[in-house]
Structures are given as C-alpha cells and as structure tokens.
Ligand binder design. Structure first.
Ligand SMILES: Cc1ncc(C[n+]2csc(CCOP(=O)(O)OP(=O)(O)O)c2C)c(N)n1
Length: 326
C-alpha cells in the first residue's frame, strides 16, 4: 500500500507549513510573555501541532471546531489570522475579541471557530450544540471538539458524548492525551488503560492514534468526518501526544524528567514530516528554509500589528459580553 508521502505530498507540504507557523507563533509568544509584554496567562501547544493540523485539514472552512485553554494551534489550523490572535494576546482592540478575552477565549464564529475555553471540559457541550444545530438545519457540516485527557474526567464531556451518541450528532471528539493534566500524570487521574473504552461506552467508533504523526491524525479524522457527514454519528479519536512546555508559561515542571521530554522530542512531528518530505524528494533543504523564514516574517508582522494597535476604550468594557436575544 502506498504511504502518505506518495499519496498526497502536496497536502503534507501544506501541513508542514502550518505546523511550522504554529510553532513560530508559540515560540514568539513564549519570549513575549517572558519579556512581560503579554498580560494574563498563556498555555502553549508546542509538541502537539500534528493533532490540530492533522484534524483541521480533514474539515472544510464552513465546518466548526471547539477548543481549549491551549488553543493557539487549533485557531491557526482553522485559518484564523495570527495578527488578530497576537493582538488579542496583547489585549488590543484589533484582537478577535477586541482585546477582552486574551489567549484563553479567542473565537471567530464566522470561521467556525467556536472558541478557546478557560473552562476545562466545556468545549464538547458547545460542540453538541453545534451538532444539534447542523442536524436540525439539515446541513452536512461537522464539528471537531478538541479537549485534553484531563477534561476526560469532567462530567460535561461524558454528558456531551452520551447525547451526541444518542442523537447521532455530527461531532468528532478529539481527545489530546498530552500525558498531564496540569501537574498530574494521566495514569494518576484515570483508572483505565487508555481512553478508547470511554468512547465505546457511548456507542461510538473510537480510535487511538499516534498524535505525533500528522498523517495518522489526518486519516483517522477524515474517516470520522465522513461517518459524521453520512449521518453515522459521532466518533472519539484519542491522540497520544506530549506538550514540550510547562502547563503554563513559568511552570517549573518538577513533575517530569528531562529524559522523558527528550524521548518525545525525538519523535517531533515537524522534524519527522520534514525528514519524510526531504527523503522523498518532494522538498529540498532550501524549500524548508524558506518555509521557516516566511513563518518568521508572518509572525514579525503579527507582533508589529499587535504592538501598534490601540487598547480598547474602557467605555466599551460591557459591550460584546452577552449575545443579543433574537
Ligand atoms: C472546570 C475547570 N476545572 C479546573 C480548571 C483548572 N485547570 C486548568 S487547565 C487544567 C488541566 C487540564 O488538563 P487537560 O484537559 O489534560 O488539558 P491540557 O492542559 O493537558 O492541555 C485544569 C485542571 C479549569 N480551568 N476548569
């Protein structure tokens, strides 16, 4: 059977470009945060890029996603503008939520990005709402719902999976097992081996995939999305991955060893895909260098845009807080 590099090299090249852009965005956010330029908290996604990019490249612009407190990767993969994201992190009025949300609540409903979310386990409930809306309007869209393995212990996640199963909703639950919920290792929070049984309980097709390999995430999401569009209901994908940074920027990370981190970094999703595409001759070293330079330039522009934008007028503090009742 031909492998992914033979089957769809152009898509893989786009996925590599996108993963590089996400990492550049986040690496820059890390140094801006250290330089005290960003108010509020940031939770970085570095190491997990293959999940957001692999999953989001299996859906269309008019499909939906819900995200988490670690949402920069999901947002960029769904096509959000890094400049407006950066402005939001700076608290500026040109940001996605006029500078009022910061990193943890970036949303762009027009692009189907139903929001990052500071409430652990809240995204899947929104995804079920989107799924019900799609079904009632007789559309063939889907909603991907990203959440962590820590959130898998939250009640709303189970209620959401149950309802999605009962109603055959077009939702793909994407659990990112990055091995820790804050400082707690997954095995100390869950008394089961793996998470596949959690989806099976609710009658869902469930698959555990290597979240460090973008092709695997993409192909499994593609199959789940196809089932959802065909009215075959929800699926659960459990993506095994790892976050390289702390839970939050500034986390002293005393709960894990350097060897453990390095072990995962040896399987870095960006380096692995880059090596495959160089190996197959689909890319040259120069192409990759150009991708890195253009990502750096794009993020330079985003930082400049954010720095030069104004803070919101304090008089607008209560605007955009509640939706209008129709
Ligand atoms: C309802 C709720 N409980 C607790 C918290 C505090 N909290 C923030 S992040 C986090 C860990 C979440 O772990 P996981 O879902 O695995 O996501 P990860 O941080 O690993 O991406 C917790 C407990 C919260 N924000 N919301």
């Amino acid at each position: 059977m031909p492998d992914a590099v033979e089957q769809y090299p152009d898509l893989l090249t786009d996925q590599l470009r996108e993963m590089i852009l996400i990492r550049e965005f986040e690496t820059r956010v890390s140094s801006l945060f250290e330089g005290n330029e960003l108010p509020g908290f940031v939770h970085l996604y570095i190491g997990q890029e293959a999940v957001a990019v692999g999953a989001c490249s299996a859906i269309e612009d008019d499909d939906y996603i819900t995200s988490t407190h670690r949402g920069h990767g999901h947002s960029i993969a769904k096509g959000l503008d890094p400049s407006r994201m950066m402005a939001e992190l700076f608290g500026k009025e040109t940001g996605y939520c006029s500078g009022k949300s910061g990193s943890m609540h970036i949303a762009d409903v027009d692009r189907g990005m139903l929001g990052a979310n500071g409430i652990v386990g809240a995204g899947p409930s929104l995804a079920v709402g989107a799924g019900l809306s799609i079904q009632q309007r007789d559309r063939d869209n889907v909603c991907l719902s990203f959440f962590g393995e820590g959130a898998m212990a939250e009640g709303p996640v189970h209620e959401s999976m149950n309802l999605a199963g009962v109603r055959d909703l077009p939702v793909v639950f994407v659990c990112e097992n990055n091995q820790y919920g804050e400082m707690t290792p997954a095995e100390k929070q869950h008394h089961v081996e793996g998470f596949a049984s959690r989806g099976e309980t609710y009658g869902m097709q469930t698959e555990t995939v290597d979240g460090m390999v973008v092709q695997e995430v993409y192909e499994s999401t593609n199959a789940a999305v196809e089932r959802a569009r065909n009215g075959e209901g929800p699926s659960l994908l459990v993506c095994e991955t790892y976050r390289y940074r702390g839970h939050y920027e500034g986390d002293p990370m005393t709960y894990r060893t350097e060897e453990e981190l390095q072990g995962w970094q040896k399987r870095d999703p960006i380096e692995a895909l880059e090596a495959s595409l160089l190996d197959s001759g689909d890319l040259t070293e120069d192409d990759v260098e150009q991708m890195r330079e253009s990502a750096a330039t794009r993020i330079d522009e985003a930082v400049e845009f954010a720095r030069e934008s104004d803070y919101p007028d304090p008089g607008t503090a209560f605007e955009g807080v509640y939706t209008e009742v129709i």
